[in-house]
Ligand binder design. Structure first.
Ligand SMILES: O=C(O)CCC(=O)C(=O)O
Ligand SMILES: [Fe+2]
Length: 218
């Protein structure tokens, strides 16, 4: 059953306020990858430490008015890249454009992305089940874009113990979760060793988030 579901590749509601949009950014995927390359020249991908002192298997960077960061002081958004001391690179217009369009398609017409976290998965990299809860703005959705090699995504409910649906996210796919699903648990299984024409062995993921900058210390 699970495999049948995974192969459908049509718009699929995952819960109230949560939807998978297969291929939504297909036509601009190459441009998105070029921008990822450019912004990673300014704020490089790096393996961050969890507050518990473990190195993450996913390499990360950010763009936009603030970026996500973790070290022994905890998970948080910061205005400057701690690695460079500079602002994070600007969010490219096309990033903003696709994030707004996907949110609208999912029923969130007022989404304004402030930050985009960029994840790079090499073979074996994974992200355990978690909730995205470092954004103070829980009224806005998360918009997640997948590029490169596929990854098995798990999407559950508001309790960690709720059943999860698993399906492959492919190059060009978008998942949006907001409203009653904003704090849904989700995660990514270890990425398989495989090849994608545009990215080699890598998977990239963009997550767009609304952050209330007024709450930041200057
Ligand atoms: O890589 C993905 O598909 C999900 C990433 C994610 O959940 C996150 O960055 O918080
Ligand atoms: Fe997440």
């Amino acid at each position: 059953m699970e495999d049948l579901f995974a192969e459908m590749r049509v718009r699929t509601e995952l819960g109230t306020g949560a939807v998978w949009l297969p291929g939504f950014v297909d036509s601009v995927a190459d441009q998105l990858l070029q921008h990822i390359h450019s912004l990673s020249q300014i704020s490089p991908f790096r393996f961050m430490m969890t507050p518990g002192g473990r190195s993450m298997s996913v390499a990360m960077t950010s763009c936009g008015a603030c970026g996500w960061y973790t070290d022994k002081r905890g998970y948080r958004y910061v205005r400057h890249d701690p690695m460079t001391g500079q602002h994070w690179p600007d969010m490219p217009d096309i990033f903003r454009h696709i994030a707004v369009a996907a949110a609208k398609e999912a029923g969130f017409p007022d989404f304004t992305p402030v930050s985009c976290l960029v994840n790079r998965y090499e073979p074996g990299a994974k992200m355990g089940l978690h909730q995205d809860q470092d954004e103070d703005d829980l009224a806005s959705p998360i918009v997640s874009v997948s590029l490169g090699v596929p990854a098995r995504f798990a999407f559950g409910g508001l309790l960690k113990t709720d059943p999860v649906r698993r399906f492959d996210l492919r190059h060009g796919d978008v998942v949006v979760w907001g409203g009653p699903s904003r704090l849904a648990w989700h995660g990514v299984s270890p990425v398989r060793e495989t090849f994608h024409q545009q990215t080699g062995a890598m998977r990239y993921n963009l997550t767009f988030r609304a952050i209330n900058l007024a709450l930041f210390q200057p």
